[in-house]
Design a protein around this ligand. Sequence first.
Ligand SMILES: Cc1cc2nc3c(=O)[nH]c(=O)nc-3n(C[C@H](O)[C@H](O)[C@H](O)COP(=O)(O)OP(=O)(O)OC[C@H]3O[C@@H](n4cnc5c(N)ncnc54)[C@H](O)[C@@H]3O)c2cc1C
Length: 389
Amino acid sequence: MSVSYWLDRAKARSPQRVDAVIIGAGIAGHSSAYWLEKEFPDFKIAVLEKGLRGSGATGRNAGFITCGSVEHFSRLVQTHGEESAREMWQYSEKNLSLLKEELNLSLDKHGFEQKGSFSLASSEHELKELKESALLMKKLNISVEVLDEKECAQRLGCEGFKGGVKYCDDASINPLLLIDEIHGRLSPHVSFYENHEVFSIEKKGQTRLVRTNQGSFEADVVIMATNGYSALLHPFFKGKIEPTRGQILATEAVAPFMEGPSYANFVLDYFRQLPSGELIIGGFRQLDKQGEVGYSDETNPIIHSALEKFIEDHLPRLKNKKITHKWSGVMGFSFDGQPIIGSLADDPQVYFLGGFTAHGLGLAFHGAKTLSDILQGRSCPEFLNARRI
Ligand SMILES: Cc1cc2nc3c(=O)[nH]c(=O)nc-3n(C[C@H](O)[C@H](O)[C@H](O)COP(=O)(O)OP(=O)(O)OC[C@H]3O[C@@H](n4cnc5c(N)ncnc54)[C@H](O)[C@@H]3O)c2cc1C
């Protein structure tokens, strides 16, 4: 990111002094403020956001709170081994239990439901992999159920899948109401500055100077919660966090028919029915991989045609129902599919929380707790540690 001499309004004013600056007001920024304040109640914290709170991926996602990662469990085991795969799964399980314990989530107030989630197989080959995953998970006492083709149709109202698995403990939510809940719990020590785009973080003796289009801030600790946009602000993230677009559509409401949210086709595509009856359907990034890299939130006609075709092929109850919204958002995919948490090697006063690789709701709240642990000198699981890069 660059800034012109004229737009650098920060240069004329003296910086505001705070204890910590958090850059980005999505789920990661809100969660960081929450845990930081809990651990350091006297801290003065400024949260700087270039748009509005939640205007990044957090306000544009599908609301699945799922455990694990972007791939089937058997692949996680193949890549990392059984013990590490279990550790990764448990980390996201803990995320959900922390959300429930700390925030008292409910259907009425947050659209929160814990009905499990499904992963459906589009081919016999995928079904075999899902069954292998289920076996491994049962061995590790993870609650999972295998479904055949008929059960998928009966319980989810969808056609054309060979079978699937249910991850019994997963949940879903309205993601904006989730961050509003966190926001409402913060004290006046935490101030949010919307429409403040950060363009540089500079070393200034023992502190860091954070310059924005509207003024500057000086702090001992800076937390970047900038997700897919991170490489625009800091060169460290080039090649480590890839800005990757996701596309979604929403339909008008129909009578409830779906037992829970579902992924399909190797976790690439997904759909869910909201408590109010509307359907949300997303995915198909695989159809235009190159076109879906970048920072714009344009909709992609190739992918939206595929989403509409998905309705025709798999969701007969939505026949002739109106599509009410189409949108996209930018996700932060990390180089190894796992989040990145901790301070940067070239500046230990600048911390990062992100790279959730399409799973921020399933990881960021616990991730922010881990970040506050790191700030207190406690250790961080190796698979998340920013120093692994
Ligand atoms: C279409 C889609 C569907 C998804 N579905 C799911 C799902 O069902 N479940 C799930 O867990 N995850 C899902 N995700 C991913 C999830 O939304 C993200 O993992 C999560 O929101 C990341 O949160 P964040 O706070 O790190 O990022 P963001 O919400 O993107 O927040 C980062 C913020 O930083 C701000 N920012 C960036 N640069 C600057 C700067 N220089 N100065 C000031 N502010 C800055 C941005 O404006 C933004 O608001 C989906 C994402 C998309 C796009």
